[in-house]
Design a protein around this ligand. Structure first.
Ligand SMILES: Cc1ncc(C[n+]2csc(CCOP(=O)(O)OP(=O)(O)O)c2C)c(N)n1
Length: 329
């Protein structure tokens, strides 16, 4: 197929259709998890990325399978976009033997090394140093791999953010720091947590490029991530991307969202829904028709239904396996 929309990565229509489907897969996955949680079918806690689909799907699409990512506590979308099958992901949340981590990790510890996913992280800001280390390994071994660390706005106030950016900068490491600024930490608005207008302003302190983008615009995400990844691959060092987005749900399972207004939520859901925007953008550009868009959405929905069936039919991980796979030789 030909390329009918301008993107720096030169992705063809087929790939753009796949990205659109991925956005729906992320949304359906997290909505399903939300329902199961409410019913008490999934234990532990979970952080949903409904509303943040473009930043995950767009950035994941320009990475190679061999590149590395670190995901956040809100990491289902990053993991899906990096190519992990939703069946073992769902099974993981159900505590099943067939889960990505044999059901022992749960929502915040999904990892898949074979697919370049170094894992989600329950420690806010924990992924920065891991991705920086992976980038250092890639550089020392001359592997040509890029590491991309996903993180939230709140995590940029952690020491690990500053130490990682500094080391990555002085060593010109092939790493991209991708911040999803959804305007809130747990319940604290970002404006009360830092005294500068943009998180990307922090890049200047480390002598690296920093850019703020509309994280709900799929093409903007693709372009910015591609530029940063290519710069890293050329050996020119790290980039800080700040993608402005919004989480539709509460922070985690019990959050009455008293720190924000219904009007604000409505505005993001009606006028800034990343999937709605992508659909219009792609149809206008002739990437797909209305019918094809529905077809892609439906395929995503079916894949989640199949994932749920797979998870429910998989054996529960036995308690006797509690201590296996915990340490690496
Ligand atoms: C080091 C550390 N401090 C605090 C927490 C508790 N905690 C979990 S998520 C969170 C908010 C993180 O906000 P942000 O980085 O903006 O990500 P978002 O939840 O908005 O995606 C906090 C404080 C933690 N898990 N780890």
């Amino acid at each position: 197929m030909t390329q009918s929309i301008e993107n720096h990565a030169g992705l063809d229509d087929e790939k753009l259709q796949e990205i659109y489907q991925t956005m729906w897969t992320i949304r359906y996955f997290d909505e399903k998890v939300d329902q199961f949680f409410a019913k008490g079918m999934i234990h532990g806690t979970t952080h949903l990325a409904v509303g943040q689909e473009a930043s995950a799907a767009g950035s994941g699409a320009v990475l190679k399978k061999t590149d590395w990512i670190t995901a956040t506590h809100r990491g289902h979308g990053h993991t899906i976009a990096k190519g992990t099958d939703v069946k073992p992901m769902m099974a993981e949340l159900f505590g099943r033997q067939t889960g990505t981590n044999k059901g022992k990790g749960g929502s915040m510890h999904i990892a898949e090394l074979a697919n370049g996913n170094l894992g989600a992280n329950a420690i806010v800001g924990g992924g920065y140093a891991i991705a920086t280390g992976a980038a250092l390994t890639s550089k020392m071994r001359n592997e040509g791999k890029v590491a991309l660390a996903y993180a939230g706005d709140g995590s940029t106030n952690e020491g690990s953010f500053h130490e990682s950016l500094n080391l990555a900068s002085i060593w010109d490491l092939p790493v991209v720091f991708f911040i999803e600024n959804n305007f809130y930490g747990m319940s604290g608005p970002v404006v009360e947590m830092m005294n500068i207008p943009h998180i990307s302003d922090r890049a200047a302190s480390y002598g690296i490029p920093g850019i703020t983008i509309n994280g709900n615009d799929i093409i903007e995400v693709i372009n910015a991530t591609y530029d940063a990844v290519e710069r890293a691959r050329r050996g020119e060092g790290p980039t800080l991307i700040e993608a402005l987005t919004y989480r539709w749900k509460g922070h985690s399972k019990s959050d009455a969202k008293k720190y924000r207004t219904k009007e604000e939520e409505k505005e993001w859901k009606t006028n800034k829904d990343p999937i709605k925007l992508a659909r219009k953008r792609f149809i206008d550009a002739g990437v797909f028709t209305e019918e094809k868009a529905d077809e892609l959405q439906n395929s995503a929905r079916l894949s989640i239904e199949e994932a749920v069936k797979f998870a429910e039919e998989s054996p529960i991980t036995d308690i006797s396996e509690l201590y296996t796979d915990v340490y690496s030789d």
